[in-house]
Design a protein. Structure first.
Length: 156
């Protein structure tokens, strides 16, 4: 019986002692000893109003093409002229790169540049870094191209 009472008394003393230390020790305990000042660069917590003021109306900006991929058919002999930042994936047909100058298109899948007149592989993501560049059907190909487009474009 004495052991049982002694164990309960010891447990109570430890619990009360732990709460007492926590109550009287009001300093922050940190692993590395660095204390972040609220509102400083080291303190990553910010308020919603701060984020709203910082971001402002930037959510209203964007390209005219939207965020969805659009299925586009390019007739034989026509050229799809892409806006800056437009993404294209050739799904069916044989396409070649078009550019009014010597610069090319970015083949993200292949990790290389595709220059004017070079074939564009099917199912490769092509990004147009500047407006005015595009894709057209291969001269030896007589059917239409089917491409997926994200961003603005015109067919000429």
């Amino acid at each position: 019986m004495k052991k049982w009472v002694a164990r309960i008394a010891l447990g109570a003393v430890l619990v009360v002692g732990g709460f007492g230390i926590g109550y009287w020790n009001t300093s922050t305990i940190e692993a590395d000893g660095a204390l972040a000042v609220p509102g400083s660069v080291e303190d990553p917590v910010v308020t919603k109003s701060y984020v709203d003021a910082l971001v402002g109306d930037k959510g209203q900006e964007g390209n005219t093409g939207g965020d969805k991929l659009e299925v586009v058919t390019v007739p034989n002999g026509k050229t799809l002229i892409a806006n800056e930042g437009t993404e294209v994936i050739v799904r069916a047909g044989k396409a070649v790169a078009y550019s009014p100058d010597s610069n090319g298109l970015a083949d993200v899948t292949g990790g290389k540049d595709v220059f004017k007149g070079a074939p564009i592989p099917a199912n490769h993501l092509i990004i147009f870094p500047r407006a005015g560049r595009g894709i057209t059907t291969d001269p030896g190909f007589t059917k239409t191209l089917t491409v997926l487009v994200r961003g603005g474009y015109t067919i000429q």
